[in-house]
Design a protein around this ligand. Structure first.
Ligand code: GUN
Ligand code: ZN
Length: 434
């Protein structure tokens, strides 16, 4: 069996850090070793305590190794709508995003773009993604197939949408059920893949299609559910107008059985106390998408308010409403959103969030999100000196917290030296030495 030891400074979290001084919440090794066998981490320790017998040594000193980043909400068919000029969400969808997504009816395009998508993720240090496909089954098929070939953990699903979109982008309640069902049977639980039942949002699904989503959800309790909730005021008004039986936007999804512990609700910005209570009761997971929320002018996610209600918030890029594939840049913008709400995001909590925290939100903390022995060997190698500006800042860094905050505020793909997926290096460049 392939056996390798990665030597570096190592950081992995045991639980969410409560304060910047909560050093019991993580393990940090100044000279650590991660033993990887067959795509799994089998030991984590000081380097000189790892048995080197038969192992290839990969020396990443002086860089910092962490678990690979987890992106809990982004759109596969939106790589080429990033940086589209629009006033707000619904214009952006109608003018750029829906026309672009029509191209994903083409299996050849989907196959090419699936490679590009997973390359972009891993070059930014992301090793697990929860992605929306387009309405076309072929989009989810291509993404599953490419992730499977790379042994990469991926959650995706074909979007269900049957109204308020171009005809070329609409399915029907029956076809959306049939296509989703076939994809679940083919891919859910295959290797590292899981299916997410994906009604796009309340505006683009008729009640009949919501019934179909409800049936799929009931038949597949271990499939994820992903949709969008309360991102923007015009979206909320139209959603409630289209589903007059519901008392509010959250209630639309509740009525169709779509709120549960493995439901991921993108944005969740403008919510009443009643809605927050309903989400908390269901254990559903709001997903904070800071670069997107600022870019589309959607609003400021109220992290502290949701947490106070007992919710577990995930964090994500939301490509292509989001503007960067980098979870570091996502943290940078997330920090600023929280600042505007007079909330503080300290770097230990931030790096927990994009690793173990997002794994917890997905119920996958025993598989990914840490460097613990027995978990999957998804790792990122980070360099806080990656650019001249970062190196200058790092001259004044006093400790690990300063290093992490430099990465959080100034880092992007240039700070990612290497990414390992199931123990395999993804970047073409060789590590510092071997
Ligand atoms: N709401 C429904 N679809 C979308 C989408 O593709 N992006 C964002 N940001 N919000 C949505
Ligand atoms: Zn989205």
């Amino acid at each position: 069996m392939d056996r390798k030891i990665i030597r570096a400074r190592l950081l992995t979290f045991l639980r969410e850090p409560q304060t910047p001084d909560d050093t019991d919440s993580f393990r940090y090794f100044e000279d650590g070793g991660v033993l990887i066998e067959g795509g799994q981490i089998t030991a984590l320790d000081d380097f000189d305590r790892i048995d080197p017998a038969g192992a290839t040594l990969i020396d990443h000193r002086p860089h910092l190794v962490m678990p690979g980043f987890i992106d809990t909400h982004l759109h596969f068919p939106q790589m080429q709508v990033i940086a589209s000029w629009a006033a707000e969400l619904l214009d952006w969808l109608n003018d750029y995003t829906f026309p672009e997504e029509t191209r994903y009816s083409d299996p050849a395009l989907c196959a090419t773009m699936a490679k590009a998508f997973l390359d972009r993720l891993t070059e930014h240090g992301t090793t697990t993604a929860v992605a929306y496909g387009s309405v076309h089954a072929t989009s989810a098929e291509a993404l599953f197939s490419e992730a499977h070939a790379r042994d990469m953990r991926l959650i995706t699903g074909k979007v269900m949408m049957d109204r308020n979109a171009p005809a070329a982008l609409c399915d029907t309640p029956q076809s959306s059920y049939d296509d989703s069902k076939a994809l679940i049977e083919r891919w859910h639980g295959a290797g590292r893949l899981s299916y997410a039942i994906t009604p796009r949002f309340a505006i683009t699904s008729t009640p009949a299609q919501m019934d179909a989503a409800q049936a799929l959800a009931a038949e597949h309790p271990d499939c994820y559910i992903q949709t969008h909730l309360s991102e923007n005021h015009a979206e909320i008004a139209l959603s409630c107008q289209l589903h007059p039986e519901a008392v509010d936007y959250t209630d639309i999804y509740a009525r169709y059985g779509l709120l549960r512990a493995n439901s991921l609700l993108g944005h969740a910005i403008h919510l009443s106390d009643r809605e927050i209570g309903a989400l908390a009761e269901a254990g559903a997971k709001p997903v904070f998408c800071p670069t997107s929320n600022l870019y589309l002018g959607s609003g400021l996610f109220d992290d502290a308010r949701l947490r106070a209600a007992g919710l577990t918030n995930a964090i994500a890029t939301d490509i292509g409403g989001g503007t960067s594939y980098s979870m570091l840049q996502t943290l940078a913008e997330g920090y600023k959103v929280l600042q505007l709400n007079r909330q503080r995001l300290h770097p230990f909590r931030a790096f927990h969030w994009i690793t173990r925290g997002n794994a917890v939100a997905l119920g996958l903390q025993d598989q990914i999100g840490t460097l613990d022995a027995g978990t999957e060997a998804d790792l990122v190698v980070l360099d806080a000196h990656a650019t001249p500006a970062m190196a200058l800042r790092m001259e004044r860094a006093r400790n690990l917290m300063d290093e992490l905050f430099t990465l959080q505020v100034m880092g992007d793909d240039r700070a990612v030296v290497q990414t390992y997926v199931a123990g395999r290096a993804q970047k073409a460049t060789a590590p510092a030495s071997a």
